[in-house]
Design a protein around this ligand. Structure first.
Ligand SMILES: [Zn+2]
Ligand SMILES: [Zn+2]
Length: 159
């Protein structure tokens, strides 16, 4: 598959994901999510702005990218990683289901992200804690940092 075909299918996928959230969407939302889907690693808003402009030959400004990112994060099709201050496309596609919480494990060396939904029982325990603590508007993901398999191997191979 060529790079061009990859970009095309990312855009296709992005449009399908976003339209599952909102029938009438904007091109820019789809294009930005496509950049995130193609990249598969967390990127800062500035890195995303750069890649967007290079990919589509446009001159979008970072302020617009921030606004689009806000929408994507609120729609749960992307996540903002607080540990890195970067953004990543949702890997589960089911985060959009109401009330789901995902666990994102981030490699502290290469920033690879692994996302998984937490079990119902864990979800219940978290909900109980949140309601007892009387917090509202609690974020829909949990972040943990660690070392991915590839980085573990590389570290062990060092003399
Ligand atoms: Zn997700
Ligand atoms: Zn790693």
């Amino acid at each position: 598959m060529t790079v061009m075909a990859d970009a095309e299918s990312s855009l296709h996928r992005a449009r399908r994901i976003i339209e599952s959230r909102e029938q009438r969407t904007t091109d820019k939302r789809c294009k930005l999510l496509a950049v995130m889907l193609a990249e598969q690693k967390p990127l800062s808003a500035y890195e995303l702005t750069d890649k967007y402009n290079r990919e589509y030959g446009e001159h979008i400004i970072a302020t617009s990218v921030y606004r689009i990112l806000d929408w994507l994060v609120n729609a749960s099709v992307a996540h903002r990683l607080n540990a890195l201050n970067k953004y990543v496309a949702c890997q589960q596609e089911v985060c959009i289901q109401h009330g789901s919480i995902s666990l994102l494990v981030i490699c502290k060396h290469c920033e690879k992200v692994s996302e998984k939904h937490i079990s119902d029982s864990l979800r219940q325990a978290i909900d109980e804690h949140v309601s007892q603590s009387k917090f509202s508007h609690v974020s829909q993901h949990i972040e943990m940092t660690g070392e991915c398999e590839k980085c573990q191997n590389q570290i062990h191979q060092r003399p």
